[in-house]
Design a protein around this ligand. Sequence first.
Ligand code: 8X3
Length: 245
Amino acid sequence: MTARPTAVVTGASSGIGAATARALAAAGFHVVLGARRVDRLTAIAKEIDGTALPLDVTDKASVAAFVEAVPECRLLVNNAGGAKGLEPVEEADEANWIWMYEVNVLGTLRLVQGLLPTLRASGDGHIVTVTSIAALQSYDKGAGYTGAKHAQAMLHRTLRGELLGEPIRLTEVAPGMVETEFSLVRFGGDQEKADNVYRGLTPLTAEDVADVIAFAATRPSHVNLDQIVLKPRAQADAMRAHRDA
Ligand code: 8X3
């Protein structure tokens, strides 16, 4: 057992999750990293003296086994999520929608339900959920993802009221454009389409978002940062960005 408080980060094998695991370790946490790609997780865990555990948030049994292996937890970062597809509602692919609701909404629900008793028992728990500016607005061709992100945000924001009076803080972090594997996954591995998303501007990095999460997690216990929206300077909202020619 370690004296460091434990933080669980889902989707920790790459992008915002991996950067958050590193930032929290630097802030003094013992980080439990969960994701499907265990080889990548293990390498990061080794680097930050953390613990790598297999986790598929879309699979109830996988979440149950993960939770069973985490005896204490002060901070849960619900980072696992993602988008598949970018098409009008009329052409939407139902399988993509099911995956987006599974990973963003039900995945968050499963982790919260599994770890709430442990977070409560810590006496100073904190749930950070990484939503998106897609949880704040609709945009054309994005209904599957914006719908899932709104639902995930509602779950998170509802907890703020339901857990009032308990020693558990709740922080929603809603990033705009961040250059990670996000767009590559959204476009089924099409690198050109993914690169085009960030064309002509400087997007946020995973580390930019991780810094903010670590900041929220290291405030004194009575300070609750409820919602943090961060975007690149060149982005006004999901539909509007300035791009250099
Ligand atoms: C990612 C941001 O604008 O592509 O969560 O939906 S956006």
